[in-house]
Structure formats: C-alpha cells, structure tokens
Design a protein. Sequence first.
Length: 409
Amino acid sequence: MIDSVIFWDWAAFAVRWLHVVTAIAWIGSSFYFIALDLGLRKAPDLPPGAHGEEWQVHGGGFYQIRKFLVAPEHMPEHLTWFKWESYATWASGAALMAIVYWLGGELYLIDPAKADLALWQGVAISAASLTVGWIVYDRLCRSGLGERPTALMLLLFALLVAMGWGYDQLFTGRAVMLHLGAFTATIMTANVFFVIIPNQKIVVADLMAGRKPDPKYGRIAKLRSTHNNYLTLPVVFLMLSNHYPLAFASAYNWVIAALVFLMGVTIRHWFNTRHARAGAPWWTWVATALLFAAIIWMSTLRGGETIEEAEARPMTPAEARLVAATGFETAQEVIQSRCAMCHSREPAWDGIARAPRGVVFDTPADMARRARSILLQAGITDAMPPANITFMEPQERAAIRRWIDSAGG
C-alpha cells in the first residue's frame, strides 16, 4: 500500500509538471499571436496580400513581422506550425485526470452524498462528457450561428453553465471545477486539431498546387481562435481551483465557475482592446471587480452535506473494510485530536472558513475515504499538520501507517 501511494503520487507530480510546462507554452504562444494580430499596422511597402506589419524588440534584437490575410504568393521554404503545444497540453491533462480522478475516483471523483454511482460509471460519464461537449459545440459553430459570433458566444456560455450544473449533480466539488476546465480545454484543443490546423493545411496545399486559397478557411479558423482566446483564463482558474476550497467546496461552485467565464471575457476584452490600440475600456476593471466580489460572497454561502447527514450515510464496502482494519481506532484518535479542528465540515480553527482542500474527517467513513491522503500527508511525510502546529508525535504517524498497512490497501 505504502509503495503504491508513493509511486502514484510521484506519477501525478511528474505529469502535472509536464502539463504546466506545456500549458505555459500553449497559452504563451496563443496570447502572443492574439496581441500580434491586434497590433498590426499598415505600411507603404507591404507586399501584395499582406494585411499589416509590426516591429518588435526582444533579446537585444529587432523583429519585423508581417501577416498575410490569406497566404503569400509563394510558399516559404521554412514554415513553423504552432500546434504541438496545444496537443501536448491536452494529452498531459488527460493523463493527469486519469491518474487523479479516474484511478483515485472513489476519493476525488465520486460523491456518494450526491449520486449513487459505481466508479466505472463515474469514469464513463467523465470521459463521455468531454466528447459530447465538443460535438455539441462544433455543431453550433458549423450552423448558421457561425455568422453570428455574439449569439454563438452566448450559447457557448449557456452550454458551459449547464455542464457545470450537471457535473455538480454527480461529482465532488473538486471534480466539478476540474471537469468543467477539462471540458473547455477539450473544446479549445479540438478547435486546433479539427479546424484551425486542417484549414491552414488546405491553404498550404492550394499554394503548393498553384491555386488561389479560399479566404473562408481563414475566417473559420479565426472564429475558433477567438473562442480559445476568451476561454483561456477561465480554464487556468478552474485548474487552480482544486487548491482553494472556497471556490470548489461551495454549494454554488458551478455558479462561481459561470462568473469566472464572464471575468475571462472582461479581462481579455481589456487586453485585446489595448493591443489593438483602440483605447482603454476601464469599465472592464469595474465589471471584473464586481464579478469577483460576487464570487467571494457566493463562496460564503453554506450548503452541502451536514455532519449529521454524513454520519447517517451508509459506508461503501471499501470504507467499511478500512474502518474494520486493525489499528483504526488508534488512528482515529490521532486524526480527531491533531487534524479534525481544521478538517471538518464546521472548522473550529480560527480563520478557517472551509476545510483545507475540502478534506473532512468528521466520521469514520470520511477518514476511510481519505486513507491514502492521510497516509501520504501525515503518515509517510510530515506535510500535515502544517508546521506540525498540533504537535503530532512520531509514534502517532507510525500508528497511521500501521492502520493503512493492516488494511492491505
């Protein structure tokens, strides 16, 4: 059991590191090209078909960049494709989801207080929702709404809100926010893989064959790229939210997520307008502040399962096995005396409004569900309690290890 916990925790760390690195590369290039595109200017010496140019300075050198609205007259000898950043970000994110939320589904994915789901059912819903979401979105874009971008964005927002509410009916708070982020990121990467890059390849093929490229492919790619631009910041928020219980453990986490998507619009509108040298829309600062204030207020609203309801809920077979294992009562005393003042549905520690990371130890079933986390945080390492503020002794940590080891995983 102990070796397994160590292996999977390091595996999750390694994949998370890869995911963050690739996401930095993708978001960085995406934001750069949006800013570049909006900052282009006309110049008297532009070649035929060029839309604009921009001069930039970086690293001690000057760069002259020109954009062709459709394509240049001749295919350049060297052409760099910006796609692998997106693909690697999605693939590493999918791997991380599988490790944390599928293999660890009984802990992080399934919420018995919301829905009586078997682990395989939760995993199936998790995977299927990402595919279905892309199909619905893609159909909307390919419909007549593709010519009405504002109406399309409003429908996309409605789809995201509906998915957030739906996830909240089934999954834990952490999984709700993570899945809504993965749902959105899947749309973004699928835009690159199924639309933006294929359209660019059609243009390249036309050039190589001596045909004049159809500008419609550029317009279609531009629409999808714009959606990605406005969805990026909310996805980053949702991926970070699992560290902040006030965001994911709120009874209205799906509403908080909806407001975050609106904040993504106001923030990006500010930057897009500035990059286009079209003024300074200061109203976006006010709108963003008001939205964030609403999020803070909503995070304070109580809801969810009470301690009494948790005590009355039947334990799963896995939970019952851990509670019946040798050494549980001793470990329970340690956890109740050293951890539960913070890790409770009603924290007693001053300054803590929500249990850190949503982890609670009010009932034996709670402790059994979090056995792997308890072992890692307080048994194998001394990460918890933070700074050992409750003075957990080495023999108490040993008691936690003996309990988990006696349960055989």
